[in-house]
Write a protein that binds this ligand. Structure first.
Ligand SMILES: Nc1nc2c(ncn2[C@@H]2O[C@H](COP(=O)(O)OP(=O)(O)OP(=O)(O)O)[C@@H](O)[C@H]2O)c(=O)[nH]1
Ligand SMILES: [Mg+2]
Length: 202
């Protein structure tokens, strides 16, 4: 195991009320509050973890999903290593808005390589009986939009919460390895041929 800890910034985005703060609090403090307040602006919490033998400090940024707080959250998108696009499975509108959240993130984060940026999609509140979004529908969206990993979570029941944050770490490590590989393969060889980096997500 490497002794040096990697600091990663992950950002939770999604409509107001889908459970972003609840997911962060479940993961970091192992608590759930059924009466939580809407977030205003952004808040962050850190958690140390080990993924595949690497020590990581995950800095989780929880943003306000309500439209009126847009100007308070967008300045914090820069520097994110991974974005967790979150909806609630009992709220179709929150699923339909995922594309807008991705667009907003891309616009304000100014990421270097948009095609390779790691997103993870979370369908939260799977403990609820009344669903408006099916797993297949959500997986199809992920497939079409960039082969993003998809997790069905419940902050209330602690279903898949750790798995989703760990997947975020793995996605970052994977994308950084791809960038390193692309940089190496784009070096000029002895015959003067420049190899183009590979593109495509899968
Ligand atoms: N049943 C159930 N309720 C949940 C779950 N996660 C969150 N909630 C509830 O949903 C409501 C909204 O949760 P929040 O975590 O505050 O939502 P948010 O996405 O942070 O909302 P904003 O801060 O406004 O963007 C609260 O009443 C939570 O208790 C879950 O997994 N299952
Ligand atoms: Mg919140």
């Amino acid at each position: 195991m490497s002794g040096k800890s990697l600091l990663l910034k992950v950002i939770l985005l999604g409509d107001g009320g889908v459970g972003k703060s609840s997911l962060m609090n479940r993961y970091v403090t192992d608590r759930f509050d059924s009466q939580s307040f809407h977030t205003i602006g952004v808040e962050f919490l850190n958690r140390d973890l080990e993924v595949d033998g690497r020590l990581v400090t995950l800095q989780i940024w929880d943003t306000a999903g309500q439209e009126r707080f847009k100007s308070l959250r967008t300045p914090f998108y820069r520097g994110a290593d991974c974005c967790l696009l979150t909806f609630a499975v009992d709220d179709l509108q929150s699923f339909q808005n995922l594309g807008c959240w991705k667009k907003e993130f891309m616009y304000y984060s100014d990421v270097r390589d948009p095609d390779r940026f790691p997103f993870v999609v979370l369908g939260n509140k799977v403990d609820k009986d009344e669903r408006e979004v099916g797993g297949d529908e959500a997986r199809a969206w992920c497939e079409e939009n960039g082969c993003y990993p998809y997790f069905e979570t419940s902050a209330k029941d602690d279903t898949n919460v750790s798995a989703a944050f760990e997947a975020a770490v793995r996605e970052v490590i994977k994308s950084e390895d791809q960038i390193d590989h692309a940089l190496l393969s784009s070096t000029i060889d002895l015959h003067g041929n420049r190899k183009a980096p590979r593109s495509g997500c899968c």
